[in-house]
Design a protein around this ligand. Structure first.
Ligand code: ZN
Length: 252
């Protein structure tokens, strides 16, 4: 019962996240006006806004002009649904579910925006730091761990970016990455920040090797770092405690 409710909630919120992903980088309000087709201006009705079903029924095209609708819409809805269900399976009916679901939603939006625009908007990351600290003051990991996490997360990436800039004269790390890792620290605490950095490096290196192999030596990176940070932070949020316990166990 709870799983089904959470799945439906995930679909509905995924639909809202799509609006954020489309509008935030365009500096448009997420509340107003109602969604419309960017090609013909067709104003979407409730029947066009049912997650997955509307997309499937319309064959992925606008009801007004038949222009193709991005496959991103049903993908984000399904991914959000799955992530909501997995959260419930991991945390159960715990109050911690609330901040972690919110955190996951932010990560989904940042992933999609960074993937498309190579951008991690301040209007998401900066309030994210504040909200993360507020939740952490009442729930795990606790305010002190969260403050250290935010400071360390932002600080480490800032130092790496600064060192890289001094060394190479090129901008390596965007300011968005710095604020995003500070936000991750605010929600999850400093241990998860370290785990997130390690996981994102491993995933980034793996993807890098694949890209280089496929492109035959082309070093140009296809994916922005915020996408790896999102995947790593989501893993740390869901399984971090288990991964850290396992790692510590190796040395006992
Ligand atoms: Zn249209």
């Amino acid at each position: 019962m709870a799983l089904a409710a959470l799945a439906i909630l995930g679909l509905a919120i995924g639909s809202f996240l799509n609006v954020c992903i489309h509008r935030v980088p365009r500096h448009a309000s997420i509340a107003h006006p109602p969604s419309s087709c960017p090609h013909c201006g067709y104003r979407l009705r409730w029947i066009d806004n049912i997650p997955i079903a509307s997309y499937a029924a319309l064959g992925g095209r606008c009801r007004g002009c038949r222009a193709p609708i991005s496959i991103r819409y049903p993908i984000v809805e399904i991914v959000t649904m799955v992530i909501f269900v997995v959260h419930y399976l991991v945390f159960g009916p715990d109050i911690l579910l609330v901040p972690r679901l919110l955190f996951a939603c932010i990560l989904i939006v940042l992933f999609a925006i960074d993937l498309e625009h190579h951008l991690l908007p301040n209007v998401i990351t900066l309030p994210g730091i504040v909200v993360g600290l507020a939740f952490s003051a009442m729930l795990p990991p606790g305010l002190v761990d969260a403050l250290i996490g935010a400071a360390a997360g932002g600080g480490i990436l800032w130092l790496i970016g600064e060192a890289y800039y001094r060394y190479s004269g090129q901008e390596g790390m965007g300011g968005g990455d710095v604020k995003m890792l500070a936000m991750i620290g605010a929600f999850l605490g400093w241990q998860a920040v370290i785990l997130t950095l390690v996981l994102s490096s491993v995933v980034g290196a793996l993807v890098g090797v694949i890209v280089i192999a496929v492109q035959r030596g082309g070093m140009k990176y296809a994916l922005p770092y915020g996408t790896f940070l999102s995947l790593a932070a989501l893993t740390a949020s869901l399984f971090g405690a288990r991964i850290i316990a396992w790692y510590i166990g190796l040395y006992q």
